[in-house]
Design a protein around this ligand. Sequence first.
Ligand code: PEP
Ligand code: MN
Length: 337
Amino acid sequence: MILVINKNAKKEDVAKVKEMIESKGCTEHESIGLNYHIIGVVGDTSVIDEGMFQRSDAVDKVLHVQEPYKKSNRLFHPANTEVKVGNEVFGGKKLGIIAGPCSVESEEQIISVAQSVKKSGARFLRGGAFKPRTSPYSFQGLELDGLELLKKAKEKTGLPIVSEIMSTDLIDEFVENVDVIQVGARNMQNFDLLKELGKTNKPILLKRGMSATIEELLMSAEYIMSGGNENVILCERGIRTFENYTRNTLDLSAIPAIKKLSHLPVIVDPSHATGFWWMVEPLTKAAIVAGADGMIIEVHNDPKNALCDGNQSVKPERFEELMNKIKALAELEGREV
Ligand code: PEP
Ligand code: MN
């Protein structure tokens, strides 16, 4: 952080600024030229509220030389982070492929989808038990019964479970029953939820908010990580743009951008990004080439009658085909399916 000092700043005001810097455990590096006077703040500036300097009469401008996120920043952690989930890993050579229905609808449905995606090579089972629906009149999920059904599907297939949490009240329930806790796009900036998840040690799948910048996504990861939970997997799931042919616009450029800025694994959700089942395969391929560490794909045994997101759900046969098709591509990229 660099403070540009006003030309006519009073000595005592500058001295106060220096005191402020030292009170935060940082040191100052002052440089005075003919036409400028700057103070570099050296140390962990992530704990400093820059408003403190902006309010000082001595300070003209506050400039940043570093991003405001620290724990998720590659600068402080150059190697890729691998998030372990049981025997599986996100961020390693093997792609972390999550598949399953948008929502858990019945025992028969979740077990049959789980068995087929497992056979096709998925490493994790997704299934929403608590659904964040735009309309309160839409199916809201089977809630706790849904979590029970996911557990049954895990017993039958061994696939670890990924499911979305919506409220802090259910954290204990999720920690006990779920392998990866998903924070959906709508809750990416539910800071109370992020803080509470930071106190657990469960892997968290943090989806990008539909209007969130990459920096905002990383700041949300920072909320979880600064609480002590560094097991964060990021997910690009499409953002709102002026284009309305697709449900969202898949921001493929976010993958290399996040990889450059952060050491955390990044996966892609081609289902919610597009809203169309027939776009899932091409965008899964594009995501692999762009460097994604995995995918979360909606698969339903009967998409036409799905209670949620049928249009974007691929049938189990198509998922199997997709998994076979991406094998060679993944190898070309130095990855494994
Ligand atoms: C989901 O994964 O079911 C979901 C609701 O996704 P998103 O939060 O990305 O909209
Ligand atoms: Mn969905």
